[in-house]
Design a protein. Sequence first.
Length: 200
Amino acid sequence: MLREQRLLFVFLGIAIATLIFTLFPASPAPQHNFADSITYFPIDTQSKFSNPHRLGFGSSNPTGKIPLGLKRKGLRIVVTGGAGFVGSHLVDRLIARGDSVMVVDNFFTGRKENVMHHFGNPNFELIRHDVVEPLLLEVDQIYHLACPASPTNVVGTLNMLGLAKRVGARFLLTSTSEVYGDPLQHPQKETYWGNVNPIG
């Protein structure tokens, strides 16, 4: 019986508190129109910087404008192995996005022709360097695509991880069947163990 009375008083207290706070709020909420304090600029759909994701964001605004200051800042990005097939296409996309890209490649498997069309671009830099040797750069992101069989894959990855740690950069490691050496069969099955001599 005592428990039932306690439960009744709890529900009664909640009902009274709800009624009081509903009828007499502590202070009225300030009425502020935030739309007056935001500066807008028109969307230029013909601009080379147009982004379909950005246009989708701006379409929720009835005036078709994006708030000023929401433009993404270009990043400084290192792409190791950027003169290879996959790396050169990644470089194309990053530069088209407006980032500043540094390609680090020793041209062991990559070709200079893959990135030659960016030579006049101020957002592009090509560094002929083997990632087995340490490299000191100030960057925001590292895409590590240099992955032939060891030592490039192992020591190069350790060097790039060390660089990412020193400068606080984000790191993306990619890997292909190149890490298994020159294959004896093409294409390689998932059960293929590779052609790398562990002795050296």
